[in-house]
Design a protein around this ligand. Structure first.
Ligand SMILES: Cc1cc2nc3c(=O)[nH]c(=O)nc-3n(C[C@H](O)[C@H](O)[C@H](O)COP(=O)(O)OP(=O)(O)OC[C@H]3O[C@@H](n4cnc5c(N)ncnc54)[C@H](O)[C@@H]3O)c2cc1C
Length: 375
């Protein structure tokens, strides 16, 4: 089959990839092909519904719960705040009224303390952060988006890049593009994509050394009919040294169900030997210990282990650090790839590396550079 042509190929259908596709579209570049390896869009933005089933973030829905990112900070992140406004999304402040609980040691009752109010407030979206994906998807030409298509190899030819793309049935197709935007974490791009000729060794080292934000983590969510902990004057916030959850918050959805979530403190390497069912049972027991017997019986619950997801984490992400670091260079300074390739995943943002706001920032910069290069 002859190769299919596009002006710009975007690799990754998370926030950065969809944002880039929208900006390209708005600036008159309609010949875009976006490839997403997973069967659905969103990347690290992932949700479950009130029955605990994973949901397609591209479909608008209100009553759903974040398994990935939850908050943004409009005061610090004006570009993302503008996007939320322009997309017509509704946001609200994180619920933090009431006391918080602190678990120090096994067997010792949790301490109750006045809650800490975050300033400026952490802000959530109605419908969860999946609402961003649904709203972007709605504005894009569906014919340009290829889900279940993993890019495997990039070959630099004279005036274009050839991309080898594998679909869910294992069939390989060849695409050609003038510009390629890498809308995935730098470490994943460097370890999973084959570049011919190879990228400069120093750049590859920098990308491999960039931790993917939150990749070592796992998140547990439990859904309830109502937020009964608020009746006891509790905010739903808790910290624990005992675990398995180390940081817990109320993620009830206004107009939908009540929910609590927690970050799992068991390191990724130890989680590997632990069946998810067992970990979920321990999480439910911890919620019951903290918030009373009603918490032991959620309507539904779910666990997402990001470290076990090869489309987010690599072997190098399995240790618990996963901290923010300075963004690596987004493109080679010279050589065959310098004029046709740019990294736009969140970790490439100099201002907000790893955050949702970083995905928006890096996408905007990458699109400006790509359009400048092809002008
Ligand atoms: C548990 C958790 C909590 C978080 N909390 C917050 C928060 O509260 N606030 C905040 O600002 N940020 C938070 N983050 C970070 C936030 O989720 C990310 O910054 C953001 O979603 C990154 O978007 P992205 O498009 O750059 O990358 P990703 O979302 O990782 O998207 C990359 C996409 O590329 C695809 N892909 C990978 N390989 C290929 C391939 N070979 N071919 C085609 N496609 C491929 C992947 O499937 C994925 O869809 C959190 C992340 C996690 C995991």
């Amino acid at each position: 089959m002859p190769p299919t042509l596009a002006d710009v190929a975007v690799i990754g259908g998370g926030l950065s990839g969809l944002m880039a596709a929208l900006l390209l579209e708005q600036q008159g570049t309609h010949d875009v092909a976006l490839f997403e390896a997973r069967p659905g869009l969103g990347g690290r933005i992932a949700s479950m519904d009130a029955a605990g089933a994973p949901v397609d973030c591209a479909t608008p829905a209100l009553d759903r719960f974040d398994l990935g990112p939850t908050w943004f900070w409009p005061d610090y992140q004006p570009q993302l705040a503008r996007l939320v406004r322009d997309l017509g999304l509704t946001c609200f402040e994180q619920y933090d009224r009431g006391d918080m609980l602190i678990e120090r040691f096994a067997g010792e009752p949790a301490l109750r303390r006045p809650g800490l109010r975050s300033a400026p407030a952490s802000v959530r979206l109605s419908g969860g952060t999946g609402a961003l994906i649904a709203a972007l998807h709605e504005r894009l030409d569906a014919r340009r988006i290829h889900v279940g298509h993993a890019v495997r190899r990039l070959h630099r030819a004279a005036d274009h890049v050839e991309l080898e793309v594998e679909n869910a049935r294992g069939e390989i197709a060849c695409w050609r593009a003038r510009q390629v935007l890498l809308a995935l974490p730098p470490r994943l791009a460097a370890s999973r994509l084959a570049f011919e000729p190879a990228l400069p060794a120093e750049l590859l080292r920098d990308w491999l050394a960039t931790p993917t934000w939150m990749a070592p983590h796992a998140k547990y969510v439990a859904v309830y009919e109502r937020p009964f902990w608020r009746d006891m004057g509790l905010s739903g916030d808790a910290q624990s040294r005992h675990g398995p959850l180390v940081e817990i918050h109320d993620v009830s959805m206004p107009g939908g169900h009540a929910a609590l979530f927690g970050f799992v403190g068991v390191p990724a390497t130890a989680r590997r030997g632990l069946p998810a069912q067992v970990l979920q049972t321990h999480c439910r027991e911890q919620f019951a210990r903290l918030f009373g017997p009603a918490a032991a019986h959620p309507l539904a619950d779910g666990l997402k282990d990001w470290a076990a997801d090869p489309l987010t984490a690599t072997d190098a992400d399995q240790d618990a650090a996963g901290h923010h670091v300075a963004a690596p260079p987004a493109r080679p300074a010279s050589g065959p790839w310098s004029a046709c390739l740019a990294g736009i995943g969140s970790e490439w943002s100099a201002e907000y590396p790893g955050y949702l706001a970083g995905a928006v920032d890096a996408a905007a910069r990458g699109v400006r550079a790509a359009l400048g290069a092809s002008a």
